[in-house]
Design a protein around this ligand. Structure first.
Ligand SMILES: Cc1cc2nc3c(=O)[nH]c(=O)nc-3n(C[C@H](O)[C@H](O)[C@H](O)COP(=O)(O)OP(=O)(O)OC[C@H]3O[C@@H](n4cnc5c(N)ncnc54)[C@H](O)[C@@H]3O)c2cc1C
Length: 472
């Protein structure tokens, strides 16, 4: 970017899923567009993701025989799961337009197969649409559409400032010391999981596990959009929200689904969740226990024959991935002290700070359930039931410490206009995706919540920014 007076209709800041969707949509509406990306290439966390997209009433569902799912049902589920603590109008627009966003991605070449449709949250009908080729396929299709259009792409440029006039109207950006002027700026800089300082301020729940904290997204997602927007007067909403994943903190291994033979107990010595519950809710449930963590308990026999969850069976068989829940790793972690081994359950409880009497009662009840072949508390699959009977007994602390995404962010309205603390739009400024707040709540509704948000509001922001440019 070597010009100081370049004139373009719309500048999009950040080239992940939301940014590329915004840029393509604005260009299709006739706007001249510049897409500025801090990284050497487009994609952001979207390209690293699992590529699951959450939507109701899609053609893919129909092909899978699901013909009666609706945006109404998705909205009801969304609001109930989040106890109505999200911005209802934004959630509604997301539910209404999620299917259209998915079909748009399909038109750009992303393959969502009916056989890959699954229940990615705790919904009663499958809404998790898994892109064939994961997030890289979504980012790849968007990137091809960007490159095939007149959009000017500027990579390796981190936007440092918004240009604002005396009436606080945003009229451009500054990057690498150069100013570029535009009728509208769209902020799509993703989350702030890569910034320890932003996490401490905006997502303290995620920052509290110190060295065990680990962010799995793009290193460029440091919360720039939030800083740029709040400097321009924007309201920031959704404090302390995001999606965490649980970890035994052995190594930085992303093993989201734990094997069913583990038994989780809290410090009161009680089971409190089905150990195989969806990752969308697991970290929240663990975090709500006393001390914000829990312990996975198993005996010597379970450790000896430890196998990872079925989702990782292939990786285990091929040796492709280091895994947490296999015998060699558990033995290694006994030596580091992260797996606690004790000759009796009482000693194990004492060393973990768990109530010993309650742990003994829980284990006795669980062992009786195993004998009967039925988990009478949480109805875990019978094939996952193993007794806790043979010493030494083991415990591992489970921490909700992997940061998948952040949901605190810029306040927007249903047209993706950035709002200030008086509910007034900051003229010329739009935002979409993980940098915004109010859409994603305290509970992740299921795999695909965030990419649907990025694509739906990315398209809305691009269209609204182009309209503003056209209106002069
Ligand atoms: C491993 C992993 C798996 C996931 N799986 C799923 C899933 O299956 N389904 C789902 O819904 N969600 C998933 N998520 C979350 C989801 O991928 C993200 O929340 C979503 O893709 C965010 O999209 P975005 O466009 O808002 O941000 P991003 O895709 O992160 O894009 C933001 C872009 O902005 C750029 N940028 C930042 N600051 C600046 C600046 N100052 N100037 C210029 N550019 C800047 C960044 O470099 C980046 O390219 C996953 C996340 C991870 C990390």
């Amino acid at each position: 970017m070597n010009t100081t007076e370049r004139d373009v209709d719309v500048i999009v800041v950040g080239g992940g899923g939301a940014g590329m969707a915004a840029a393509i949509t604005a260009a299709q509406a006739g706007a001249s567009v510049m897409l500025v990306e801090a990284d050497a290439r487009l994609g952001g966390s979207t390209a690293l993701s699992g590529g699951v997209y959450y939507a109701a009433g899609t053609r893919v569902q129909a092909d899978a025989g699901i013909v009666d799912d609706t945006a109404d049902a998705m909205f009801e589920y969304y609001m109930t799961l989040n106890q109505y603590r999200v911005e209802a109008s934004l959630a509604r627009r997301l539910c209404d337009e999620a299917a259209a966003g998915l079909h748009w991605l399909m038109e750009l070449g992303v393959e969502f197969r009916p056989e890959d449709l699954y229940r990615s949250g705790v919904e009663s009908v499958a809404r998790g649409h898994a892109a064939h080729g994961n997030g890289a396929a979504i980012a790849g299709a968007l990137e091809r559409a960007v490159i095939g259009s007149p959009i000017e792409v500027v990579t390796r440029h981190r936007v440092e400032r918004l240009l604002q006039d005396q009436r606080r109207q945003v009229y451009g950006i500054r990057s690498a010391g150069a100013d570029v002027r535009s009728a509208a700026v769209v902020l799509t800089t993703g989350g702030f999981g890569a910034s320890p300082g932003m996490l401490r301020t905006h997502y303290p729940e995620a920052a509290r596990h110190g060295a065990a904290n680990w962010y799995i997204g793009s290193p460029h997602c440091v919360g720039d959009g939030i800083i740029l927007a709040s400097d321009a007067g924007a309201d920031i909403v959704g404090h302390d929200r995001g999606l965490l994943l649980t970890t035994p903190d052995f190594r930085k291994v992303l093993e989201v689904f734990v094997p069913g033979w583990l038994v989780y107990v809290n410090r009161e010595g009680r089971r409190f969740v089905r150990e195989t519950a969806e990752y969308a809710v697991m970290a929240g449930v663990v975090g709500a226990q006393t001390g914000g963590t829990c312990f996975a308990i198993f005996d010597a026999d379970a450790k000896r024959s430890a196998r990872p969850a079925p989702a990782y069976a292939d990786a285990f068989a091929s040796g492709a991935l280091p895994l947490n829940w296999v015998a060699e790793e558990l033995d290694a972690q006994i030596r580091t002290g992260k797996v606690i081994a004790a000759a009796t359950l009482e000693e194990l409880a004492r060393r973990c700070g768990i109530r010993p009497g309650a742990l003994a009662a829980t284990v006795a009840r669980y062992n009786e359930d195993v004998r009967r072949g039925r988990d009478s508390e949480f109805f875990k699959d019978a094939a996952d039931l193993r007794p806790i009977a043979v010493a030494p007994f083991h415990a591992v602390e489970i921490l909700p410490a992997i940061i998948c995404l952040t949901s605190t962010g810029i306040r927007i309205d249903t047209d993706a206009r950035v709002l200030d603390t008086n509910d007034q739009p900051v003229a010329g400024l739009f935002a979409a995706g993980e940098t915004t707040g109010g859409v994603l709540g305290e509970r992740y509704i299921g795999g695909g919540n965030s990419i649907a948000n990025a694509i739906v509001f990315g398209r809305i922001a691009g269209a609204a920014a182009a309209r503003r440019a056209a209106a002069g």
